[in-house]
Design a binder for this molecule. Structure first.
Ligand code: PEP
Ligand code: MG
Length: 588
């Protein structure tokens, strides 16, 4: 199941047949069997790698291109620095740029490649070790510590040396094992045929995990010993539901693996029968199941599964993995296609939620924030970049002529933010109409509730919105002061904290009192283990990834709303997580 995983911690064990079994957190379900491709973070080639004299010119060129790419990267980063850390971070980058230009470093490298003759990677290693000795011999602690900078610079050259296209191409049918993965890498990896990913760090609630689920790419995170225990070329059997990785499976393991695949296929067939069934409880209450979407494929899947609409279209994914911002026309076509793809069902376009772990490459997000999750993200970023915001609003307004679009603002914390966007929207609608575009008469306008202040003071701005959507992924992290991406506080990050449930119940109650519909679009809405709890709290609108829609529909159809709501007071009186878990267990 792809929702928030059990956090039982990671351990090393053996399968019944004796193969090594590693356990992490299943972040995107699905099974995969493939060869491991281990990507070490900035690890330099250790083994001596000699080349033939004929290969020397090619290897020199490879090195020079990598140095050039590292230089361009630093220049690019330097250009984007602004804000408080500009000076400090800038100084480091300047120093790194100086090191890159240091003839001692480069000349030595060329010489090693020629005289070895060595591969560029190994020459880099030898040169690094030589310089390390020099730094080690220095008395001055400050100068000694400069070796870290040199390591960073060498690491970047090395990364570029290994970023060559054949490296990516060779990935077809392989399982990537790496330290961590950025959302921006995932689609490209899948396009090159990667069948699964295992990361040593990371969290099942990160945006990388959300995107992996959207791509149906099995992902297991937080396997601390993955890089030590898995070698390049090992055969891996991974199960993205349980978080288990079998290293070099033996015949018995392969039999188990095939049996699991058959069981999953049977389960999928059974769920498939619910495609055309209503999402109605046993006592005949219809529950709206809308879909979260990040891509065109999600829209198609949502439609096919009979989703009531799109409850959350994450537009920021259009801005990632590219160097230029998407223009108005490209955005318009994307939103229009989402509207058309849902054939008249509501489609909720969330304005840009860049920032924190969704950093783009276009320079829009700040790269130097000390606390990016508390920084310029979501609606704050849009309001700080009014041109970008207006372009997006225009694209949404133009697309509104093609379906039932709704607008949703992320990370709202003040009344003024909503008013500011409403003003911009009205202005752009007026301009577009004057330019001859058709714009819908009324576009429902909503706010995400993911900042505790917005939840607590909901009554102070609810008059400004037509609907609300609770982003529990962020609400939990901000309410409990536990980073959603940091496994070190994974035990604390739990939607089953009594404070979370009470706040959810409060939001739902205020929504009801003001006749403003409230949905939940965080990952808990897509976790069938949480369905009854959410129904008990009074939720009647879920927005979830299409991948789990049928499982949640099954849970809804197996529930009796009246019974669950009668059991809600006990749930809300719970004093700890264990009591809430017991409530869930006793209301299966
Ligand atoms: C959330 O925070 O719950 C949410 C749906 O938004 P995102 O996961 O994109 O931050
Ligand atoms: Mg959020």
């Amino acid at each position: 199941m792809p929702g928030p995983p059990s956090r039982s911690g990671s351990s090393t064990a053996r399968t019944a047949s004796g193969a090594l079994l590693l356990t992490g957190h299943g972040a995107s379900r699905g099974n995969a069997l493939g060869r491991a491709r281990v990507r070490l973070p900035h690890a330099l080639e250790v083994a001596e790698q000699r080349i033939t004299p004929a290969q020397v010119p090619g290897e020199l060129q490879r090195l020079h291109e990598a140095v050039e790419a590292a230089r361009a990267e630093m220049h690019d980063l330097r250009q984007r620095l602004h804000g408080a850390l500009n000076q400090e971070a800038g100084e480091f980058l300047d120093l790194h740029a100086l090191l890159l230009d240091d003839p001692e470093l480069l000349f030595g490298l060329d010489e090693l490649i020629r005289s070895g003759p060595y591969s560029a990677g190994y020459a880099l290693r030898v040169q690094r070790d030589r310089l390390a000795k020099v730094f080690d011999g220095m008395d001055d602690a400050y100068l000694k510590s400069r070796m870290d900078d040199l390591d960073h610079v060498i690491g970047r050259i090395h990364a570029f040396l290994h970023k060559r296209p054949p490296d990516v191409k060779g990935l077809a049918g392989e399982i990537l094992v790496c330290d961590n993965i950025a959302p921006s890498e995932l689609a490209q990896l899948q396009a090159h045929g990667v069948v699964g990913i295992v990361t040593a760090a990371g969290s099942a609630l990160s945006h990388s995990a959300i995107l992996a689920r959207s791509l149906h790419l099995p992902l297991i995170v937080n396997v601390p010993n993955a890089l030590q225990k898995i070698a390049d070329g090992d055969v891996l059997g991974i199960d993205g539901s349980t978080g288990q990785i079998t290293v070099n499976p033996l015949p018995l393991d392969l039999r188990d693996y095939r049996a699991r695949l058959r069981e999953q296929a049977r389960e999928q067939r059974e769920l498939g029968r619910l495609r055309s069934k209503p999402s109605r409880t046993r006592d005949n209450v219809t529950i709206a199941l809308l879909a979260n979407a990040e891509s065109r494929e999600d829209v198609t899947e949502a439609h096919a599964l009979g989703a009531h609409g799109l409850g959350l279209y994450r537009t920021e994914f259009l801005f990632l993995q590219r160097d230029e911002l998407p223009d108005e026309q490209e955005q318009f076509e994307t939103y229009r296609d989402a509207a058309l793809g849902m054939s008249g069902r509501p489609v909720t376009i969330r304005t840009l939620d860049l920032g924190a772990d969704k950093a783009d490459r276009t320079g829009l997000t700040l790269s130097n924030e000390e606390n990016p999750a508390l920084g310029l993200r979501g609606i704050r970023l849009s309001l700080a970049r009014p041109k970008v915001a207006d372009t997006q609003l225009r694209a949404i307004l133009r697309a509104s002529a093609y379906g039932k679009l709704r607008i949703l603002l992320p990370m709202v914390s003040t009344r003024e933010e909503i008013r500011a966007v409403r003003r911009r929207l009205a202005k752009q609608a007026e301009l577009l109409r004057a330019e001859g575009h058709e714009v819908a008469e009324h576009i429902p306008f909503g706010a995400m509730i993911e900042v505790p202040a917005a939840a607590i003071a909901l009554e102070s701005f609810i008059d400004l919105v037509d609907f609300l959507s609770v982003g529990t992924n962020d609400l939990v992290q901000y309410l409990l002061a536990a980073d959603r991406n940091n496994e070190a506080v994974g035990e604390l990050y739990s939607p089953l904290h009594p404070a979370v449930l009470r706040l959810l119940a409060h939001i739902l109650r205020v929504g009801r009192e003001h006749d403003v519909p409230v949905a939940v679009c965080g990952e808990i809405a897509g976790d069938p283990r949480m369905t009854r709890l959410l129904l008990a709290l009074g939720l009647t609108e879920f927005s979830l990834h299409p991948g789990t829609l049928l499982e949640v529909r099954r849970a809804v159809r197996d529930s009796d709303l009246g019974e669950l709501q009668a059991a809600a007071p006990k749930l809300l009186a719970a004093r700890d997580r264990r009591s809430i878990e017991r409530w869930i267990e006793s209301n299966p």
